[in-house]
Design a binder for this molecule. Structure first.
Ligand SMILES: *[C@@H]1O[C@H](CO)[C@@H](O)[C@H](O)[C@H]1NC(C)=O
Ligand SMILES: *[C@@H]1O[C@H](CO)[C@@H](O)[C@H](O)[C@H]1NC(C)=O
Length: 362
């Protein structure tokens, strides 16, 4: 469907890791009248290569697997599945909520623009007779579901679309399939954030929650990041590559009819594939445009969610002096950021794919 414009070889080369080769070719080719163009191209290459090197601390983009070709990209883009709503249709939304991706703000925003009553509303959480779904924050990973998770599964299956039209769950892709979410009928939504920032946010948020298992990871003072380092090193699978594990379907228990958890060697491929199918990818770093796209897919005015999100933020600032669920955090040294990127190399690759999809989706 969409080809990379031929006039941007510098970016393409940077992406595929052939920076040095391209530069050499350009130098060899300097015959008089094409000289200016070559110099410009070369400058572009240097800038693009520097950019990709700076933003790829793991070195994966430049030294790892070859980048996808344009054909792969258009195939990936064509897998996107969205409902086709007619004007006046009530949209429904299923949100795969990866922790620390601005998901709470997003949910509150969606809730505020959907009807307050009736089956078009956002699903109510709680254990009362008027609530639709129980509060369950933990991911159901491996084994048989416990009582809470069974209740979450049963109520999601029964009440979504019958009683209410929007819900989020801290569960993996397989959960949404098991619950029966149909991407042709319901907007599938996932929010992603730069993996390093997500882990850092998770760490400081967990510290704020004062969970006892975090005691060995507490910093001695505001310039001590050894706790964060150990937090990442000691909890290899529990805290790292969470985006990939959730989108790749490797964090679920035995829901009826679901395949077993995706094995580690396949999880990135599956996660990329599921991301391609997702109707709306929200990138925390491009929140405004993401909200505009989501509004449009839902059949609302383009600024609906932006206006609602701003209003909520102002309200919560006035009430609490800070953003909903936001965690203040000190500046983390580059060395630690690079360590986190290494431990989250699957998420780094998935995020790169998400950015590419985001830039090419309409
Ligand atoms: C956090 O936990 C520590 C020890 O586990 C305790 O001394 C402290 O009072 C707790 N702080 C809060 C805010 O709960
Ligand atoms: C902060 O804690 C670390 C680790 O205990 C220590 O090495 C450092 O000197 C402390 N820095 C300050 C400013 O207190």
């Amino acid at each position: 469907m969409m080809k990379t414009p031929p006039k941007r070889p510098a970016m393409a080369a940077a992406r595929s890791g052939d920076c040095d080769e391209l530069a050499a070719k350009l130098f060899k080719n300097k015959d008089g009248r094409r000289r200016l163009r070559i110099v410009l191209l070369l400058a572009g290459t240097v800038v693009a290569c520097a950019f990709f090197r700076a933003h790829d601390p793991t070195g994966f983009l430049l030294t790892g697997a070859p980048s996808s070709t344009d054909k792969d990209l258009s195939a990936a883009l064509s897998r996107r599945t969205c409902p086709a709503y007619a004007p006046g249709d009530q949209p429904s939304i299923a949100f795969l909520h990866i922790p620390k991706t601005a998901g709470t703000l997003l949910m509150e925003t969606l809730k505020s623009v959907m009807p307050k009553e009736g089956p078009g509303r956002w699903c109510r959480r709680g254990n009362g007779p008027l609530d639709d779904l129980p509060h369950v924050f933990s991911t159901c990973s491996a084994g048989a579901p416990d009582e809470d998770h069974q209740r979450l599964f049963a109520t999601s299956r029964r009440n979504f679309l019958a009683q209410c039209s929007g819900f989020a769950a801290h569960q993996d892709w397989a959960f949404f399939e098991a619950v029966g979410v149909d991407p042709e009928q319901t907007i599938s939504l996932v929010a992603l954030r730069h993996p390093v920032d997500r882990v850092i946010s998770d760490y400081f948020y967990s510290l704020k929650q004062n969970a006892s298992w975090l005691n060995p990871y507490k910093p001695a003072n505001s310039s001590d990041f050894s706790g964060l380092r150990r937090f990442v090193e000691d909890n290899r699978d529990k805290l790292n590559n969470i985006n990939t594990q959730m989108l790749g379907g490797s964090k679920h228990c035995a829901w009826p009819g679901t395949p077993p958890n995706t094995p580690p060697h396949k999880v990135l491929t599956v996660a990329k594939h599921n991301l391609e199918k997702t109707c709306v990818i929200l990138l925390t770093e491009y929140l405004e445009e993401s909200l505009m796209r989501l509004s449009r897919v839902a059949g609302w005015r383009e600024d609906t969610l932006l206006v609602a999100a701003k209003k909520l933020e102002e309200q919560s600032k006035a009430e609490a002096g800070q953003r909903v669920n936001a965690t203040p955090k000190p500046q983390v040294p580059l060395e630690i950021r690079q360590l986190i990127a290494q431990y989250n190399h699957l998420d780094m690759q998935l995020y790169e794919h998400a950015v590419r999809l985001f830039l090419h989706q309409r």
